[in-house]
Design a protein around this ligand. Structure first.
Ligand code: CU
Length: 144
């Protein structure tokens, strides 16, 4: 916890710091004390198990790649009532939005087909959304 004297000095300086600075400093102070609800919910640690299989396993640029996503709870039970999305992105550059439509094909299994538009390192970000609960997992894929 910040000391009282620090707080008092901060209050004296407020006019110079301005609102943005106040938010920054108040955040610093609060972070040290207790969990503080942020304006944007922090990325939740995935509560569901998400796996991804790409076919072929070494995708070629511009060829169709099939994605198989499996979603299960912590005990391994297949999950059928989530909305699954997959986004393809390159970590090194902006390739524009590249979303793959994923459809439930059997309990806990969601399939979709997409295309990597360039050779190199890609990331497939899979999200499983159920109400306000979002589980997310990213998978690196090397494209030839
Ligand atoms: Cu690229």
């Amino acid at each position: 916890m910040a000391s009282e004297s620090f707080l008092i000095r901060l209050l004296i300086r407020l006019p110079r710091i301005g609102a943005g600075g106040l938010l920054f400093f108040s955040h610093l102070i609060l972070v040290g004390c207790a969990p503080h609800p942020a304006a944007v919910p922090p990325p939740q640690q995935s509560s569901l198990q998400i796996t991804l299989q790409a076919t072929p396993t070494k995708p070629r640029q511009l060829d169709p790649t099939t994605f198989t996503v499996r979603v299960a709870d912590r005990s391994g039970k297949p999950i059928t009532d989530v909305a699954v999305t997959a986004e393809l992105a390159m970590p090194t550059m902006d390739m524009g939005r590249n979303a793959v439509v994923m459809n439930l094909v059997e309990p806990g299994r969601y399939d979709g087909t997409g295309r990597f538009t360039m050779a190199g390192p890609w990331t497939v970000s899979v999200r499983a959304v159920r109400g306000k609960e979002v589980s997310q997992q990213s998978f690196p894929v090397e494209v030839q």
